[in-house]
Design a protein around this ligand. Structure first.
Ligand code: NAI
Length: 367
């Protein structure tokens, strides 16, 4: 299994492998870039086909957390953990306590939290071993998904306003892929705004139940990308925009919660070329990160402050859409540029600061 030559490797600072025989924990934690601060990012629990798939996922996810924090104006770097296994059969207190010890061994370089396949109660278990856990159900900010869904709804409105000149969702058709913690809540919120919803989930029973609850139509999970709609909202796993789906998409806007929606950057350029407005994933889905990050502010977690910060997602996306139009570049390229500029500026400040320190220290030594 290649690490440094993996296509997903992007100058990551650290990639750590953890194994705990008693609990069966097999985990990888990747830190991408900690220029802006300690790395923050959730822990995904997924039955990866093999270790290489898990490595590729954690590398990609950690990188997107770096960009997400930078775009959300948070003083944090990007990191992520993955546990290899099936949460339905392998979830246990011992396993999450072992994860907590793994995180603790990183001495604050990385804060973990929930992600696909994990939940706040798992973070409570991990948190018995380390303080570097966010989003606990006891004494933490809890489940971040309602705040993520709220941010995605605001982002969809920003995209609709940019594309159609108004942000009234009444009558707009939205295809929601994935009805988990975020997608389920988003579908309900969209229905409350009067949108016409089509839903799909690998779990067909869940799709049917939510469809009935909100008066939506449900289709098979292989059909949802091709549904004729104004908005396609990917809220399942990553890599959904690829060569195959690009030919099937029938929408004006792609805006949803899933991380790493573009299989490769060139797929973002292809969306742009087709005139489909893409809301860069790590900008529109930053609500969860913004929410858990509030725990680290002086005074601790404050939901109103978190929601006020999440509201900035709308303006950030609008700026990206406008720059994309002015510069003729795809929205994901603009977002990457802005994030990299912010990280570079911070790095320069740090370098200038340590440059100032050197002469001062030298003077102190001779004086
Ligand atoms: P979840 O695990 O609760 O839900 C995912 C849902 O997608 C499940 O119901 C699953 O059955 C379904 N699914 C998986 N593959 C599918 C497919 N091919 N077609 C249709 N449905 C499919 O996960 P959650 O928390 O809702 O997250 C969804 C996405 O949003 C993930 O990519 C996650 O990384 C991202 N995200 C989540 C945040 C959060 O606060 N939970 C924050 C930021 C991003």
């Amino acid at each position: 299994m290649d690490v440094f030559s993996s296509p997903a490797f992007d100058d990551h600072e650290q990639v750590l492998f953890f194994y705990d025989r008693p609990s069966g924990l097999r985990a990888i934690i990747a830190l991408h870039d900690t220029t802006l601060g300690p790395a923050v990012g959730g822990c995904r629990f997924w039955p990866y086909a093999d270790d290489a798939e898990a490595l590729s996922d954690v590398l990609r996810l950690a990188k997107s957390m770096t960009y997400k924090a930078a775009m959300a104006d948070l003083p944090f770097g990007g990191g992520k953990a993955v546990i290899i296994g099936d949460p339905k059969v392998a979830r246990s207190e011992a396993l999450f306590r072992a994860l907590g010890r793994a995180v603790h061994s990183m001495a604050g370089a990385y804060y973990t939290g929930e992600d696909v396949g994990t939940c706040p109660a798992d973070m409570d278990w991990a948190g018995t071993e380390t303080p570097y856990v966010l989003g606990r159900s006891q004494g933490g900010s809890g489940d971040p998904s309602p705040v993520t869904a709220h941010g995605v709804l605001l982002g969809i409105k920003a995209a609709v306003r940019h594309r159609f000149g108004h942000d009234d969702l009444q009558g707009l058709r939205v295809a929601v892929q994935g009805l988990g913690n975020v997608g389920g809540k988003l579908a309900v919120a969209l229905a409350q705004e009067g949108a016409q919803i089509v839903v799909a989930d690998l779990d067909a029973e869940r799709a049917a139940r939510i469809a009935e609850q909100i008066g939506a139509r449900h289709v098979g999970s292989d059909e949802i990308v091709a549904v004729d709609a104004e908005i396609f909202a990917p809220c399942a796993l990553g890599g959904v925009i690829d060569d195959a789906t690009l030919t099937r998409l029938s929408c004006d806007i792609v805006a949803g919660a899933a991380n790493n929606q573009l299989r490769e950057p060139r797929h973002g350029a292809a969306l742009h070329a087709r005139g489909i407005l893409y809301a860069p994933d790590y900008v529109i889905n930053a609500g969860g990160l913004i929410n858990i990050a509030q725990e680290l502010r002086p005074g601790g977690y404050d939901r109103d402050r978190a929601l006020a910060h999440v509201a900035t997602i709308e303006a950030t996306l609008t700026e990206i859409f406008e720059r994309s139009e002015q510069e003729g570049l795809a929205t994901h390229q603009i977002a990457d540029e802005v994030a990299l500029e912010r990280i570079a500026a911070s790095r320069q400040q740090c370098e200038a600061f340590s440059g100032d320190l050197e002469p001062a220290r030298a003077r102190a030594m001779v004086g």
